[in-house]
Design a protein. Sequence first.
Length: 202
Amino acid sequence: MAVPVRHGDRSPAMKESLTVIKQEHRNLYRVVNVLDQMLRHQKAGAPADFAFMEAVLSYIENFTDQYHHPKEDQYLFKALLRRQPEASAIIEELEEEHRNCPASLAQLKVLLAAYKTDPTHRDAFQEATAAYLKFQTKHLQKEEGVVIPMAQRALTDEDWAEIDAAFANNDDPIFGPKGREETRSMYSRIVNEAPAPFGFGD
């Protein structure tokens, strides 16, 4: 009797979907890490690049709340729950973290606005940024270390085809070409404007 090949072992469609998800994870981690490292290395009294920091928060707001998390919730997590109900605990935990992300980011924006008005608020903004980076790091580790391997084992070709179709839906205002281009453009601008050694700016 032939042994069936699991979708996690070989599937171009699955590989494409997971490549996109992991690239989005790397992009998110990098911009938060750049901001955190900049604040850690900024000398006391040095002029702050508020335009850059605002651009980073704008990117995160668009990327996490309108682009990346809805994709995971609506397609990857939903498919995994259909095939593996015992994954409900970790998925509920991740979805709850997704729901809490807008409030965390809103607090960062409030602290940045305060810092922009009064330099004495710099430490509070730095501490909040470090905490946000720590949270996102743990969140991404759970997705890539627990959920994605579960999905590779449990999902079928049909499941991955549905996920890929969602990614490739040209009519989707978030996941379609326009949304991807706007996200890529903002991410590229952040990396190029970040001062050395964190990016390619002056």
